[in-house]
Design a protein around this ligand. Structure first.
Ligand SMILES: [Zn+2]
Ligand SMILES: [Zn+2]
Length: 277
């Protein structure tokens, strides 16, 4: 089964997300588990947890269909020790929330060297942080998202993602998420089904069995520009054919595929198109 849907809002309450997704016709969805612009948030109450779990069940979703995303403030590769610790604790808190909510994955951007350390050293710091997170919250699977390679952001190549995973002793809980816009911006041309197939074959070659999710976004800028600007499906430089190809391939079944496209009013249409309903 294909798990496709947008990254939905949790405003008002976490337990509203599932209903919002169902109304769009989604068979899966993405979400934050807290306000992503703040470092600290109130712990989940047992009532919130119960309501959230019930809302998933009532709307027909299971944990495998959801891809929670962490806060953008977190940088597990921050060369400043204090700042990295702050990020790591925030990440571990997010993992705990995911675990309490009965979810499986936590999608995150690997980290940035902020021009204070060499990129390879930053990959080691990210791996070190991740290892501690894996130890502290053993039942959540961290998912490293490929980035567009803007500024000092790490994780814009399959090799970098593979290096981080290797430095975590190839822990089987680690997965990756391919954001189509980010991959395209990082220089992987996927602007036709044939090119996309070659790219995803390469993903499987470099990171066998690690694909845990996709972010389905078209891209405003041409390939390789490192510009993280999402576009609605078929309105950007990747083109609709690639997304239709993705939604027809059994290799993408049973992993959440999340739309982070800018025009919310198009979400029902985009989802219906991909689910061929
Ligand atoms: Zn993304
Ligand atoms: Zn993005």
């Amino acid at each position: 089964m294909f798990y496709i849907g947008p990254h939905v809002s949790i405003s008002g309450s976490l337990s509203l997300a599932a209903e919002r997704a169902r109304k769009i016709g989604a068979s899966g969805f993405g979400l934050f588990t807290r306000n992503q612009r703040q470092w600290v948030s109130k712990p989940l109450s047992s009532e919130e947890i119960v309501l959230f779990r019930r809302s998933l069940e009532d709307n027909g979703y299971t944990r495998d269909m959801l891809l929670p995303h962490d806060s953008y403030l977190i940088n597990l590769g921050n060369p400043d020790d204090e700042k990295r610790k702050k990020s790591l604790y925030a990440f571990i808190e997010e993992e705990r929330r995911v675990s309490q909510l009965g979810l499986r994955y936590l999608n995150f951007h690997p980290g940035s060297h902020v021009n204070q350390i060499d990129p390879d050293g930053c990959l080691s710091l990210i791996a070190e942080s991740l290892q501690e997170a894996l130890e502290r919250v053993p039942d959540v699977e961290p998912v490293l998202e490929i980035t567009a390679g803007m500024g000092s952001n790490m994780g814009s190549s399959l090799e970098e993602l593979a290096t981080i995973i290797e430095r975590c002793g190839n822990d089987s809980r680690l997965g990756i998420c391919i954001d189509t816009c980010h991959a395209f911006q990082a220089g992987y041309d996927i602007s036709s089904p044939r090119k996309a197939e070659a790219f995803f074959d390469l993903v499987e070659e470099k990171l066998p069995g690690r694909l845990r999710g996709l972010h389905l976004n078209d891209a405003k800028a041409p390939c390789g520009r490192h510009l993280d600007r999402h576009e609605s499906l078929g309105k950007g430089q990747i083109g609709l054919d690639t997304f239709l190809w993705i939604s027809s391939q059994t290799r993408f079944e049973n992993i959440p595929m999340v739309l982070e496209t800018p025009d919310e009013t198009l979400w029902p249409e985009e989802v219906a198109l991909l689910l061929q309903r």
